[in-house]
Write a protein of this length. Sequence first.
Length: 285
Amino acid sequence: MKNIKYYIFAAVCGLFAACQNGNWDEPSFSTPPYGNNDIKETNVITIQQLIDKYPNVFASTDENKLIEEDIQIKGWVSGNDIGGNLYKQFCLQDATRGIIIAVNQGGISGYLPLGQEILVDLKGLYIGGYRKQPELGAPYNGSSIGRMSKDIWAQHFKVLKNINDVKADEIKPVDFDEDFRKDLNGNCAKLVTIKNVTFTDADGKNVFAPQGESNTNRQMKQDGKDLGSNIVVRTSSYADFAGEKLPYDETKKQPIPCNITGIATRYNSTWQILIRNASDIEIIK
């Protein structure tokens, strides 16, 4: 019995010494710990080319289609859930256009920060139009499109270029001017900035999204002109800034002009700008 105890003790000591001497391999962080690193970059098409392959999907209000081709897209994360407003979804954008990717998972910004480049293996995923907004996800409520599971998503993306290597103009917002907003089909899901606007409902009391409302649309005026109900800032009650007051000057008793940056999504014929976080609201002084 004493000999057995001795050998066990010697084995444990030997293992400990090996660890101390560096014989135990340290974990390698050369490959990203998220996604599927086995995906090889082949048959890459643009996001515009992807959407052009499925014209019937976006012709109606809610449709979805299984992608059976062995094709891929890649782009940069231009919007995520960092501020809680893009709930369980993020926006991927390349040089041609953008698309919403819906994943039933919180904390996406933790592994897909703004500016991160990724490769998406499309075969086996579903593409659809939620109120004509192009999305990648899973079937929802019959023919519509909704969130895919996080496990499925993890098998279909690969992290590419380090975020520090991304050029600023690759995810630079475009001006949400009259020419841009005439093209709902071609421009939706892009990162934009709408300049010199005031919120119609700003009165020193109204907030972006009141408690008890899942989503709130706020109308705007640009250069003093009413933009109407087809161009709105849409804020989720999950947004970190939902309870912040709309920009308002208490001294002058009038709304404060600002520049708003966000993802320009569509809901049928309505533009919905999704602010990513509070820093996307630039007060004009």
